[in-house]
Design a protein around this ligand. Structure first.
Ligand SMILES: NC(=O)c1ccc[n+]([C@@H]2O[C@H](COP(=O)([O-])OP(=O)(O)OC[C@H]3O[C@@H](n4cnc5c(N)ncnc54)[C@H](OP(=O)(O)O)[C@@H]3O)[C@@H](O)[C@H]2O)c1
Length: 320
């Protein structure tokens, strides 16, 4: 988030870094120079105009409302704590920026949802989506710094024939894929899968949009990919979809199979735009359906970039 603030020249006067007591006093190299981490307190957070909250849901549940309680500090929350609250907007600025008018607490969507939404929203506007079926390929860093460490260390150990205990993931991730992210729900889907359903419907403002997801963790470091099948109300061709997507904000069409060009985590990493490609007529739903593949940096579009874009949009509407 700090890198994105700096790269986008967000007009900040002071950067305050807050973490737990464990990190308090540590020095951190940032794009704004060497900064000392401070222990979190509501009062210190309230001394800022914007709080970009990237902590657990339980922490946010307790503290986000306390921070916005001063009637002026904007909290942009990366956790899922408030995403499904009726009165808390869930925002991808390119899609539903106006939902956050007059609000101080704003929820940043689930990373998988935000990445898919970038490709799906322009198609929804032009061809009206009826059904969305998503299968994900999610990177280890989606589980935070500890998830990334577990993959790196686990891979190192596995190559030496040793066993590294899995703590973050349900099973060892190196050389494996795990169809289990977050907890199982009573309907057999995981919470991560239901987040894609609930959040897509909320961001698109359409509770009737049929959506289902299978979420899978894979042993990549960064950037989530998704295979997406859509059924549309209007007829759609790959050419028409490509034309729409080629001018959509936050999207880069990467679709030239003859040149081995398609979305991949390695090329989507550290990119603001979500890569979209492998666009083809769905053999099941044609002429009203497509299959496509997306890769997006979940730490950028799925978290940091989206949070900063929300802050930028809020800033433009603030009284001077
Ligand atoms: N990783 C992703 O791709 C991603 C994407 C979208 C949303 N999210 C969501 O963003 C949130 C954070 O995830 P992350 O991946 O950034 O996790 P992370 O790498 O584990 O970072 C968690 C941060 O929370 C701080 N923290 C923990 N307990 C605290 C306390 N009591 N007081 C103050 N600070 C505390 C930690 O500080 P210390 O260093 O002092 O422990 C650390 O800076 C989660 O809700 C996650 O679901 C993550």
């Amino acid at each position: 988030m700090i890198e994105v603030l700096h790269a986008r020249q967000f007009p900040l006067t002071e950067l305050v870094l807050l973490a737990s007591e464990r990190s308090a006093g540590k020095s951190m190299a940032t794009a704004y120079g060497e900064k000392q981490v401070e222990a979190f307190s509501v009062e210190r957070a309230q001394s800022c105009d914007f709080v970009l909250m990237a902590v657990s849901g339980s922490f946010s549940t307790e503290f986000s409302p306390q921070i916005t309680g001063n009637g002026k500090t904007v909290v942009i929350d990366n956790s899922s704590a408030f995403r499904y609250h009726e009165d808390v907007p869930l925002v991808v600025p390119e899609i539903n920026e106006s939902a956050m008018d007059g609000k101080l607490l704003i929820a940043n969507p689930n990373c998988t949802t935000a990445i898919a939404a970038m490709a799906l929203w322009p198609l929804h506007q032009h061809f009206k989506l009826k059904k969305i079926i998503v299968s994900t390929y999610q990177a280890a860093s989606g589980a935070g710094a500890q998830g990334m460490t577990e993959l790196e260390e686990g891979t190192r150990q596995a190559l030496e024939g040793k066993v590294f205990p899995n703590e973050v993931f349900a099973h060892p991730l190196p050389f494996n894929v795990i169809p289990h992210i977050d907890s199982f729900q009573s309907n057999g889907y995981t919470k991560e899968e239901m987040k894609v359903v609930w959040e897509t419907q909320k961001i698109f403002g359409d509770k009737s949009l049929a959506c289902s997801c299978t979420a899978v963790r894979i042993p990549t470091k960064r950037a989530h990919s998704e295979a997406i099948t859509i059924e549309t109300e209007k007829e759609v061709s790959p050419e028409a979809a490509m034309e729409v997507l080629s001018t959509a904000p936050g999207v880069q069409v990467v679709d030239n199979p003859a040149e081995k060009s398609y979305p991949m985590p390695l090329t989507a990493t550290k990119k603001y735009d979500v890569e979209v490609g492998r666009i083809r007529r769905s053999l099941v739903f044609q002429p009203c359906g497509l299959d496509l593949f997306v890769s997006g940096d979940q730490l950028l579009r799925g978290a940091a970039l989206n949070a900063v874009l929300i802050a930028e949009a809020k800033l433009l509407k603030m009284p001077r």
